[in-house]
Design a protein around this ligand. Sequence first.
Ligand code: ZN
Length: 672
Amino acid sequence: MFTFGVDYYPEHWPEERRAEDARLMAEAGFNLVRLAEFAWSRLEPREGVFDFEWLDRAIAILAGHDIQVVLGTPTASPPPWLMDRSAELFLVREDGRRATFGNRREYCPNNPVYHDYTRRIVTQMAEHYAGCPSVVGWQIDNEFGARCFCPICRTAFQEWLRRRYGSLDELNTRWGAVFWSHEYTGWEQIPVPVETGGSPNPGLALDFYRFASDSYVDYQRMQVDILREKCPDHFVAHNFMGFGYDRIDYFDLARDLDLVAWDIYPRGFWDVRAEVEPSGAALSADTMRGLKHQNFWAMEQQAGPSGWETVGGTPRPGELRLWAYQSIAHGADAVVFFRWRTCRFGTEAYWHGLLDHHGIPGRRYEEIRRMGAEIKRIGEQIHGAAIKPEVAMALSYESRFAFQIQPGHPQFSYAEHFRHIYRALHGRNVPVDVVAPTDDLSSYSLVIAPALHVLSEADVGNLARFVEAGGVLVVTSRTGVKDEHNAVVNQRLPGLLAELCGVVVEEYDALPEGECNELEFVCPGLAGRDASASIWCDVLNSTGATVVARYAQSYYAGEPAIALNEVGAGRVVYVGTFGDAILWSTLVDWLIALAGVKPLLAAPEGVEVTERWQRDRRLLFVLNHTAEEQEVVLDTAGVNLLDGGSVVEGAVAIAPRDVLVILEEQQEEEII
Ligand SMILES: [Zn+2]
């Protein structure tokens, strides 16, 4: 069954309304709601006093319409009676200031008292709902994040370091603590890198960021263990925040879960976006799918204009349905909209649901009701279908953390660099998996690993195996600069990857803001193309690689900027600059040709094409993100599942913000 649902807060509305809500939900085709993830003050109104009756009644009404339930554990928003117990329950922010009550996510993830109350509410809920036939799964907490710098975390960090290093001698050596006389003689002396401490030792800061990430992984595991023991038939998930969130290693956070769920708002919330860039949600979806190499849930799919103090742009007619299909096109096996009805009060009074404050169905509800009818018809044909890209991009949270400490250039952003490359692939309708550098790469033809700054022997071994087996690997500037302790390597760059790349970095040059260095391409297939280096220039010396491009300006004019190394059956391309959209647009055409990767379909700008595979049958998704009718030339015949009409090879028109879901014609089996 394809899950099609909505996030619902019955506790925000009079009980008499619930029957009407359930009826309207069923009419919209919803078969699931998420409930209770912010309802701690109703579930445990006073310490040790639990009340599930109101929730039972809400679930019963929904069950009457065959609507199943995912329950949230309510730990993201503790009630005042709990937080009033001690100031130590509140996290301390990076600026050294302690959070106060009144928002959400105020708690310290390492506070043992908070852990006790967490275990109790989660156990009570799990025991109460283990046998409830409507409940199918759990979402733990809500959108984990925010590093805590409190004294409890500091002590826990010192313990974490003791386990990691064993001795202070080892820690002092790895961090280079001799610098500025930071050599520690007691574990209790080790600080946390608050802003008021100035620019910290990079080794200390990277370890603290790892520890802060582990803190949430461990806190989540505590809840996972309870739910698995009490509710063995239910799945356990958490709602992640896409590619953009960079304070937790999402590969680690996903490991203990049955599935990854994701919250997606393409039209933004803090900023009012005139244009929605389709590659933004696409990259997040591909990242979410990559965390466990399996399909994911869209747990909060945008349902209206979003915002707290201010209101983000209103989704245009057709966009909610289009974005929901975009999630599906990238591997969602469930779409759950956030949220049912816009709340009249609270911080999120302007975070709109499908229904406005007044609760009367309007344009957005009708749009999703139409989609609900489609999903009822076609969901089974889509559910579970796999995505099999030939291209992967390696995402390193370790490197991302290290760049938060020392970006190396004020204009450098790891995420933006990653997006530039992804956007070029997305614009050509080349499917991409986002993977960890140590994941199995054997199914890919092309792997792009942007700025793998912190590089381990394991990363290098994995990349080398991929290349030796015939793959094309692309690495970029600032790769291999740091060891696992965030100290600069004692080798010529790109350090552990220098041999594989066939180049060494003789010098590097950080360019002033806005300044470029023209590139002169000297290899066939690229000669004559215009592109430039920006932000950073590695001046390369080939130790075996063929020069692809040279710098045209500055004292290093004529020196190599990009080089290609043949290694066994494979090739490695070193790109010695970050560059801009034009550079990556140019390079991606060349790289996919080099790796023998074929884009799915040529399509006009703003028309996205993806494919999913139901066993050996291909589902082609064509999404028109523009406000005009567009035309694509199909290379296949099949059935458009959405209207049941056949499509044949050749030109087909797509209405503004519309979608085609084409099930390819079954190929006749060859007679042997
Ligand atoms: Zn803390």
